[in-house]
Design a protein around this ligand. Structure first.
Ligand code: BV8
Length: 231
Protein backbone atom coordinates (compact mmCIF):
# COMPACT_ATOMS: atom_id res chain seq x y z
CA UNK A 1 0.00 0.00 0.00
CA UNK A 2 1.32 3.48 -0.86
CA UNK A 3 0.30 7.13 -0.71
CA UNK A 4 -1.97 6.69 -3.74
CA UNK A 5 -4.65 4.92 -1.69
CA UNK A 6 -4.99 8.00 0.55
CA UNK A 7 -4.74 10.56 -2.27
CA UNK A 8 -8.53 10.71 -2.72
CA UNK A 9 -8.83 11.38 1.01
CA UNK A 10 -6.92 14.60 0.38
CA UNK A 11 -3.59 13.41 1.81
CA UNK A 12 -0.71 14.49 -0.43
CA UNK A 13 1.43 11.89 -2.16
CA UNK A 14 5.20 12.32 -2.52
CA UNK A 15 6.05 12.24 -6.20
CA UNK A 16 3.40 14.32 -7.94
CA UNK A 17 3.21 17.93 -9.16
CA UNK A 18 1.78 18.99 -5.80
CA UNK A 19 3.74 16.25 -4.01
CA UNK A 20 5.34 16.56 -0.59
CA UNK A 21 8.80 16.33 -2.08
CA UNK A 22 8.06 19.43 -4.18
CA UNK A 23 8.00 21.58 -1.02
CA UNK A 24 10.71 19.80 0.93
CA UNK A 25 13.83 17.89 -0.06
CA UNK A 26 13.76 14.38 1.40
CA UNK A 27 17.18 14.87 2.93
CA UNK A 28 15.93 17.99 4.76
CA UNK A 29 12.95 16.38 6.51
CA UNK A 30 12.92 12.57 6.26
CA UNK A 31 16.33 11.37 7.51
CA UNK A 32 17.88 11.03 11.01
CA UNK A 33 20.61 13.46 9.88
CA UNK A 34 17.95 16.06 9.04
CA UNK A 35 16.44 15.62 12.50
CA UNK A 36 19.83 16.10 14.15
CA UNK A 37 20.61 19.11 11.96
CA UNK A 38 17.28 20.93 12.20
CA UNK A 39 14.87 19.20 14.62
CA UNK A 40 12.43 22.11 14.55
CA UNK A 41 11.99 21.95 10.74
CA UNK A 42 11.45 18.17 10.88
CA UNK A 43 9.06 18.36 13.86
CA UNK A 44 6.99 21.06 12.10
CA UNK A 45 6.93 19.01 8.87
CA UNK A 46 5.41 16.07 10.75
CA UNK A 47 3.15 18.28 12.89
CA UNK A 48 1.64 19.45 9.58
CA UNK A 49 1.33 15.86 8.30
CA UNK A 50 -0.34 14.80 11.59
CA UNK A 51 -2.90 17.64 11.24
CA UNK A 52 -3.60 16.57 7.63
CA UNK A 53 -4.17 12.96 8.75
CA UNK A 54 -6.60 14.05 11.49
CA UNK A 55 -8.53 16.19 8.97
CA UNK A 56 -8.81 13.38 6.39
CA UNK A 57 -11.52 10.73 6.06
CA UNK A 58 -11.24 7.17 4.70
CA UNK A 59 -12.26 6.86 1.04
CA UNK A 60 -14.05 3.92 -0.70
CA UNK A 61 -10.71 2.13 -1.17
CA UNK A 62 -10.07 2.04 2.60
CA UNK A 63 -13.68 1.02 3.22
CA UNK A 64 -13.48 -1.82 0.70
CA UNK A 65 -10.27 -3.16 2.25
CA UNK A 66 -11.86 -2.98 5.71
CA UNK A 67 -14.78 -5.06 4.34
CA UNK A 68 -12.30 -7.58 2.93
CA UNK A 69 -10.50 -7.66 6.29
CA UNK A 70 -13.79 -8.27 8.11
CA UNK A 71 -15.01 -11.02 5.77
CA UNK A 72 -11.76 -12.76 4.82
CA UNK A 73 -10.97 -15.73 7.07
CA UNK A 74 -8.30 -15.38 9.69
CA UNK A 75 -6.99 -18.92 9.62
CA UNK A 76 -3.94 -20.01 7.63
CA UNK A 77 -4.64 -20.47 3.96
CA UNK A 78 -7.17 -17.66 4.09
CA UNK A 79 -5.23 -14.99 5.96
CA UNK A 80 -4.85 -11.33 4.97
CA UNK A 81 -2.28 -8.68 5.91
CA UNK A 82 -2.52 -5.02 4.88
CA UNK A 83 1.07 -3.72 4.79
CA UNK A 84 1.15 0.04 4.34
CA UNK A 85 3.96 2.51 3.70
CA UNK A 86 1.53 5.23 4.73
CA UNK A 87 1.64 6.96 8.09
CA UNK A 88 -2.08 7.80 8.21
CA UNK A 89 -4.69 5.81 10.18
CA UNK A 90 -7.34 5.69 7.47
CA UNK A 91 -7.32 1.88 7.19
CA UNK A 92 -7.98 1.63 10.93
CA UNK A 93 -10.65 4.34 10.88
CA UNK A 94 -12.38 2.46 8.03
CA UNK A 95 -12.43 -0.59 10.33
CA UNK A 96 -9.49 -2.72 9.16
CA UNK A 97 -7.71 -4.66 11.91
CA UNK A 98 -4.85 -6.54 10.24
CA UNK A 99 -2.75 -3.46 9.34
CA UNK A 100 1.06 -3.17 9.55
CA UNK A 101 2.62 0.31 9.23
CA UNK A 102 6.10 -0.52 7.97
CA UNK A 103 7.14 3.17 7.86
CA UNK A 104 5.60 4.17 11.17
CA UNK A 105 2.60 6.31 12.04
CA UNK A 106 1.91 10.05 12.12
CA UNK A 107 -0.24 9.60 15.25
CA UNK A 108 2.53 7.98 17.27
CA UNK A 109 5.37 9.71 19.19
CA UNK A 110 8.56 7.87 20.12
CA UNK A 111 10.65 8.90 23.12
CA UNK A 112 14.37 8.98 22.30
CA UNK A 113 15.11 8.99 26.06
CA UNK A 114 13.10 6.00 27.31
CA UNK A 115 12.00 4.33 24.04
CA UNK A 116 8.29 4.52 24.98
CA UNK A 117 5.75 5.11 22.19
CA UNK A 118 2.58 7.14 22.72
CA UNK A 119 -0.54 7.72 20.68
CA UNK A 120 -0.12 11.40 19.74
CA UNK A 121 -2.64 13.83 18.18
CA UNK A 122 -0.93 17.07 19.18
CA UNK A 123 2.27 18.80 18.06
CA UNK A 124 5.86 17.86 18.87
CA UNK A 125 7.71 21.01 17.71
CA UNK A 126 6.96 22.65 21.09
CA UNK A 127 8.95 19.92 22.87
CA UNK A 128 6.28 18.32 25.08
CA UNK A 129 7.37 16.04 27.93
CA UNK A 130 7.28 12.27 27.36
CA UNK A 131 4.27 10.99 29.38
CA UNK A 132 6.42 8.05 30.57
CA UNK A 133 9.74 9.64 31.58
CA UNK A 134 9.02 13.36 31.53
CA UNK A 135 11.90 14.16 29.17
CA UNK A 136 11.25 16.60 26.24
CA UNK A 137 12.66 13.90 23.93
CA UNK A 138 9.76 12.88 21.68
CA UNK A 139 10.34 12.37 17.92
CA UNK A 140 7.88 11.37 15.19
CA UNK A 141 7.45 7.55 15.21
CA UNK A 142 8.31 7.48 11.51
CA UNK A 143 10.84 5.31 9.65
CA UNK A 144 13.14 7.78 7.86
CA UNK A 145 15.48 7.01 4.99
CA UNK A 146 18.38 4.97 6.31
CA UNK A 147 16.27 3.53 9.16
CA UNK A 148 15.01 -0.06 9.31
CA UNK A 149 11.32 -0.38 8.43
CA UNK A 150 9.03 -1.98 11.04
CA UNK A 151 7.64 -5.50 10.83
CA UNK A 152 9.97 -6.89 8.18
CA UNK A 153 9.94 -10.43 9.67
CA UNK A 154 6.12 -10.45 9.76
CA UNK A 155 6.00 -9.17 6.19
CA UNK A 156 8.34 -11.84 4.83
CA UNK A 157 6.49 -14.54 6.82
CA UNK A 158 3.21 -13.33 5.26
CA UNK A 159 4.75 -13.39 1.77
CA UNK A 160 5.90 -16.99 2.31
CA UNK A 161 2.35 -18.00 3.33
CA UNK A 162 0.54 -16.00 0.63
CA UNK A 163 -0.94 -16.99 -2.73
CA UNK A 164 -1.52 -13.43 -3.94
CA UNK A 165 0.42 -10.16 -3.59
CA UNK A 166 -1.51 -6.96 -4.40
CA UNK A 167 0.20 -3.54 -4.61
CA UNK A 168 -2.07 -0.48 -4.38
CA UNK A 169 -1.20 3.19 -4.97
CA UNK A 170 2.58 3.18 -4.84
CA UNK A 171 5.25 4.38 -7.27
CA UNK A 172 7.53 1.50 -6.34
CA UNK A 173 10.35 3.95 -5.71
CA UNK A 174 11.44 3.04 -2.18
CA UNK A 175 13.00 -0.17 -0.88
CA UNK A 176 12.54 -2.63 0.69
CA UNK A 177 8.79 -2.16 -0.05
CA UNK A 178 9.43 -1.79 -3.79
CA UNK A 179 11.18 -5.18 -3.73
CA UNK A 180 8.25 -7.17 -2.27
CA UNK A 181 6.85 -7.92 -5.74
CA UNK A 182 10.17 -9.51 -6.71
CA UNK A 183 10.04 -11.72 -3.61
CA UNK A 184 6.44 -12.57 -4.52
CA UNK A 185 7.51 -13.61 -8.01
CA UNK A 186 10.36 -15.72 -6.62
CA UNK A 187 7.83 -17.44 -4.31
CA UNK A 188 5.48 -18.12 -7.21
CA UNK A 189 2.68 -15.86 -5.93
CA UNK A 190 0.13 -14.29 -8.25
CA UNK A 191 0.81 -10.52 -8.40
CA UNK A 192 -1.60 -7.66 -9.09
CA UNK A 193 -0.98 -3.89 -9.20
CA UNK A 194 -3.78 -1.33 -8.77
CA UNK A 195 -2.43 2.17 -9.49
CA UNK A 196 -3.37 5.46 -11.17
CA UNK A 197 -0.48 5.11 -13.63
CA UNK A 198 2.24 2.58 -14.43
CA UNK A 199 4.73 2.43 -11.55
CA UNK A 200 8.47 1.80 -11.55
CA UNK A 201 7.74 -1.86 -10.87
CA UNK A 202 4.75 -2.46 -13.17
CA UNK A 203 6.71 -4.88 -15.32
CA UNK A 204 7.12 -7.20 -12.29
CA UNK A 205 3.34 -7.69 -11.94
CA UNK A 206 1.32 -10.51 -13.53
CA UNK A 207 -1.55 -8.03 -13.91
CA UNK A 208 -1.64 -4.22 -13.67
CA UNK A 209 -4.93 -2.28 -13.55
CA UNK A 210 -4.74 1.49 -14.03
CA UNK A 211 -7.23 3.87 -12.44
CA UNK A 212 -8.16 5.58 -9.16
CA UNK A 213 -8.04 3.39 -6.04
CA UNK A 214 -11.56 4.48 -5.06
CA UNK A 215 -12.83 2.60 -8.15
CA UNK A 216 -10.29 -0.23 -8.61
CA UNK A 217 -10.14 -1.40 -4.98
CA UNK A 218 -13.89 -1.86 -4.33
CA UNK A 219 -14.15 -3.68 -7.70
CA UNK A 220 -11.25 -6.01 -6.83
CA UNK A 221 -12.57 -6.68 -3.28
CA UNK A 222 -15.95 -7.61 -4.74
CA UNK A 223 -14.24 -10.03 -7.14
CA UNK A 224 -12.28 -11.61 -4.26
CA UNK A 225 -15.33 -12.06 -2.02
CA UNK A 226 -17.45 -13.47 -4.87
CA UNK A 227 -14.69 -15.92 -5.83
CA UNK A 228 -14.34 -17.00 -2.19
CA UNK A 229 -18.13 -17.54 -1.92
CA UNK A 230 -18.21 -19.54 -5.18
CA UNK A 231 -15.19 -21.41 -3.72
C1 BV8 B 1 16.29 0.95 4.57
C2 BV8 B 1 7.95 7.70 5.89
C3 BV8 B 1 17.99 -0.40 5.36
C4 BV8 B 1 8.36 9.10 5.91
C5 BV8 B 1 9.12 6.85 3.95
C6 BV8 B 1 19.78 3.04 -3.63
C7 BV8 B 1 19.11 2.01 -4.27
C8 BV8 B 1 18.10 1.30 -3.63
C9 BV8 B 1 17.75 1.59 -2.31
C10 BV8 B 1 18.41 2.62 -1.68
C11 BV8 B 1 19.42 3.35 -2.32
N1 BV8 B 1 19.86 4.28 -1.46
C12 BV8 B 1 19.19 4.18 -0.28
C13 BV8 B 1 18.30 3.17 -0.41
C14 BV8 B 1 17.35 2.69 0.63
C15 BV8 B 1 16.17 3.65 0.74
C16 BV8 B 1 15.50 3.81 -0.61
O1 BV8 B 1 14.82 2.92 -1.09
N2 BV8 B 1 15.73 4.97 -1.24
C17 BV8 B 1 15.12 5.21 -2.52
C18 BV8 B 1 14.73 6.68 -2.62
C19 BV8 B 1 16.12 4.82 -3.63
N3 BV8 B 1 15.26 3.04 1.66
C20 BV8 B 1 15.40 3.25 2.98
O2 BV8 B 1 16.22 4.00 3.46
C21 BV8 B 1 14.52 2.41 3.87
N4 BV8 B 1 15.33 1.80 4.89
O3 BV8 B 1 16.55 0.62 3.44
O4 BV8 B 1 16.95 0.51 5.65
C22 BV8 B 1 18.71 -0.66 6.59
C23 BV8 B 1 19.47 -1.78 6.62
C24 BV8 B 1 20.13 -2.06 7.77
C25 BV8 B 1 20.06 -1.21 8.85
C26 BV8 B 1 19.29 -0.06 8.80
C27 BV8 B 1 18.62 0.22 7.66
C28 BV8 B 1 13.48 3.24 4.61
C29 BV8 B 1 12.57 3.89 3.61
C30 BV8 B 1 11.40 4.52 4.36
C31 BV8 B 1 11.40 6.01 4.14
N5 BV8 B 1 10.16 6.56 4.68
N6 BV8 B 1 7.98 7.27 4.49
C32 BV8 B 1 7.20 10.01 5.59
O5 BV8 B 1 6.11 9.53 5.22
O6 BV8 B 1 7.44 11.22 5.69
S1 BV8 B 1 9.19 6.68 2.27
C33 BV8 B 1 7.78 7.24 1.50
O7 BV8 B 1 8.02 7.25 0.10
C34 BV8 B 1 6.60 6.30 1.60
O8 BV8 B 1 6.49 5.73 2.87
C35 BV8 B 1 6.86 5.25 0.55
O9 BV8 B 1 7.65 4.21 1.05
C36 BV8 B 1 7.74 5.97 -0.43
C37 BV8 B 1 7.10 6.02 -1.78
O10 BV8 B 1 5.95 6.68 -1.67
P1 BV8 B 1 4.59 6.14 -2.32
O11 BV8 B 1 3.73 5.71 -1.23
O12 BV8 B 1 4.83 5.18 -3.45
O13 BV8 B 1 4.06 7.52 -2.90
P2 BV8 B 1 4.47 8.22 -4.27
O14 BV8 B 1 4.01 9.64 -4.19
O15 BV8 B 1 5.90 7.93 -4.59
O16 BV8 B 1 3.57 7.45 -5.34
C38 BV8 B 1 2.16 7.51 -5.24
C39 BV8 B 1 1.62 6.55 -6.28
O17 BV8 B 1 0.20 6.54 -6.15
C40 BV8 B 1 1.93 6.99 -7.70
O18 BV8 B 1 2.35 5.86 -8.44
C41 BV8 B 1 0.59 7.52 -8.23
O19 BV8 B 1 0.42 7.24 -9.60
C42 BV8 B 1 -0.38 6.72 -7.43
N7 BV8 B 1 -1.66 7.40 -7.21
C43 BV8 B 1 -1.89 8.74 -7.03
N8 BV8 B 1 -3.22 8.95 -6.85
C44 BV8 B 1 -3.82 7.73 -6.91
C45 BV8 B 1 -2.85 6.75 -7.12
N9 BV8 B 1 -3.14 5.44 -7.24
C46 BV8 B 1 -4.44 5.09 -7.13
N10 BV8 B 1 -5.43 5.98 -6.93
C47 BV8 B 1 -5.17 7.30 -6.81
N11 BV8 B 1 -6.17 8.17 -6.59
Amino acid sequence: MGAGISAESGIRTFRAEDGLWEDHRVEDVATPEAFRRDPDLVQRFYDDRRKAVLAAQPNPAHTALARLDAQWPREAGGDLLIVTQNIDDLHERAGAARVLHMHGEALSAWCTACDARHHWHGTLADGPACPACGEPALRPDIVWFGEMPYGMDAIYDALREADLFVSIGTSGAVYPAAGFVQQANALGLATLELNLERSQGSHWFGESRLGPASELVPQWVEEMLLARRDG
